[in-house]
Design a protein around this ligand. Structure first.
Ligand code: MD6
Ligand code: FE
Length: 203
């Protein structure tokens, strides 16, 4: 896992092509295992709007949103425990943020070609000194990085399959989102789309 091209944008460290093809394929298998145990959900906001991504989780806590709002839950809505975070995913965390506590949640976001994610902050975690680590698999995605406050100038960067982003320190409260993906830019997955894993310490 050589880091020949880590770059930094507004405090987000982007480890380009951190994962080689074999590592990416192994992670896709891990995601399939997670989805068998804890099927992908259609997230719904408190107002009843369906999000365009499909979500599931691994770990002690999963992040969900439904008509009751968004929160971390210790079980999938079906009543089963979230499966454990795969060892290969934990290895990425240990490799890139060895000083951090171990992650308690691995959120799996599945983007089909039309999916996007609006600008948001990750601020549902109790200890905001802990980083968030994000893994991109499949098609390229246009990642937009903003400010702590809503609005203002933003910077965008394309994320590719195998890229790993670390959001920590001063960047931890910045708004960010995915404007769009570019279907067909990767053949990692069986169909056009993108999988994103985000690892977090929750408590
Ligand atoms: C995504 N990522 O890449 C969405 N959050 O699909 C995130 O929301 C994110 O990439 C926190 C830290 C890094 C991220
Ligand atoms: Fe986020």
């Amino acid at each position: 896992m050589a880091d020949w091209a880590a770059k930094e944008i507004r405090g987000f460290r982007i480890h380009e092509r951190h994962l080689d093809r074999a590592a990416q394929l192994a992670l896709v298998e891990d995601v399939r295992g997670i989805a068998r145990a804890a099927p992908f959900l259609v997230p719904v906001t408190r107002r009843g709007t369906k999000m365009s991504v499909r979500m599931t989780s691994a770990g002690a806590f999963g992040w969900i949103t439904d008509r009751r709002g968004y929160r971390y839950e210790p079980k999938h809505p079906s009543g089963v425990d979230w499966p454990p975070i795969p060892a290969r995913v934990l290895d990425i965390w240990r490799d890139l943020v060895p000083e951090a506590r171990m992650p308690e949640s691995c959120l799996v976001n599945w983007y089909r070609p039309e999916a996007r994610m609006g600008m948001h902050q990750d601020r549902d975690e109790a200890d905001m000194t802990q980083p968030v680590v994000s893994v991109s698999l499949g098609d390229d995605a246009l990642f937009r990085i903003g400010n702590e406050e809503r609005g203002g100038q933003t910077e965008s960067v394309w994320l590719h399959s195998g890229d790993v982003v670390v959001m920590g320190g001063t960047a931890r409260r910045r708004h960010h989102g995915i404007d769009r993906i570019k279907p067909g830019t990767s053949d990692l997955l069986d169909a056009p789309g993108r999988i994103n894993l985000t690892l977090r310490v929750v408590t």
